[in-house]
Design a protein around this ligand. Sequence first.
Ligand SMILES: O=C(O)CCC(=O)C(=O)O
Ligand SMILES: [Fe+2]
Length: 463
Amino acid sequence: MADESWRLPSSVQQLAASTQEPPRQYLLREQEPLGGNLAGTEMPEPIPTIDLGLLSASNDAEEAAKLRSALQTWGFFKVSNHGMETSLMDSVMTTSRDFFRLPLEEKRKYSNIIDGKHFQMEGYGTDQVKTQDQRLDWSDRLHLKVEPEDERNLALWPIHPKSFRDDLHEYTLRSKRIKDDVLRAMAKLLELDEDCLVNQFSDRALTFARFNYYPPCPRPDLVLGIKPHSDVYALTVLLMDKDVAGLQFLRDGTWYNVPAVSNYTLLINVGVTMEVAISEPQVNFSHIRVDTDKCMYSSFSPAQIMTNGILKGPVHRVVTNSEKERISVAVFYGLDPEREIGPIAQMLTEDRPARYRKMKVKDFLAAHFEHFSRGERVVDSLRIRSRKKVSLVNFNQDFQEKVMMHVESSRDAHSRLLDENVESCLELSHVDFDFITRVLLGGLQEEKALLKQAFLWSTCVGQ
Ligand SMILES: O=C(O)CCC(=O)C(=O)O
Ligand SMILES: [Fe+2]
């Protein structure tokens, strides 16, 4: 039987304690998309800080303008006056640190690998390894579902340190209030009803807490703590290590360092689900500017176009350092997995009818995680040449399946397939035959993958 041990990487913490040379799988590859200089650049201005108390109590115009600008430029911001006590943040950080300091056997009681072989999202370990050449991240994590409360899997909630469960419970309650305040402020900016965004999160909506642990790394010039990504859920509340920096955000092709400050900071950023959920109905993907040659991530996402540039699920990564461990606690707010996402009804008008089929949140998440392991974003898989009118979203499921079947199997059949479908394609506007033909006839691996991803995306936004 084939050796499948690569699927089960060891704890990075343990590795860090025993090696001076990180194994090959952790090293950045040459020409890696978004690789480049890991040192990052200092931010040209302090991180925007939004006084959440002021904004929610009085809808202060100046604070609202700051929020708008933060979302338009960086896609993330700090919150102050948010109601979470420093003592609670301190407790959560201390408890997290204490958990990661436990012996490996103790932590493994909460392992995310079942029966020694099957990966599950929740629990202690590393991210899923899907392929043998996947580049691995220099971090361990504990990932727990915290909401809905009746879906908590307490068997995976550590009993040591003793205060872990109570702290996390309390932290979840406080964090939710912050999330709701932020969503109300965003709704106002988007000129939606104040509770419109809050109401997207039903009592079945998923919330995850993720405790990230980055041990010191002997090769910080070559190894990332977390690869570039956008958070998949709708909104993230991130509690940062107050002593050790590492987080970087991408803006216009440059990586900017988020500095550590001496007090606890809560950082908020929008996730990809929000991009889709807030989607304006008539996206013209031809506006997506992509530099295919340099393999850069697009600096536009549908949400930006849809909301006139207000929302952006920022791409970020974490770099390592050779001296100090680093911890962060992210709370990810998602929607009910059984729910469908698509344009919010309030954003539809007679002139702008919904164009996109809806998709279940759980299918969207599955597509995302498939991309994440390869270091890609679902949104960015639409690497379409500019100025072309392309709307792959208009292909129906049947056509997508046929195309993929043929792409995978015989080349000769491609043109026939195209002929067969010309009629149905023509009925739909915005089809770029040039693109499709190139993919089908060219047989290029990269293009095939692209098409596949585009189809995944198309099922996300639907028609
Ligand atoms: O550790 C950090 O600062 C960021 C972590 C992160 O991006 C994530 O967990 O998605
Ligand atoms: Fe993240």
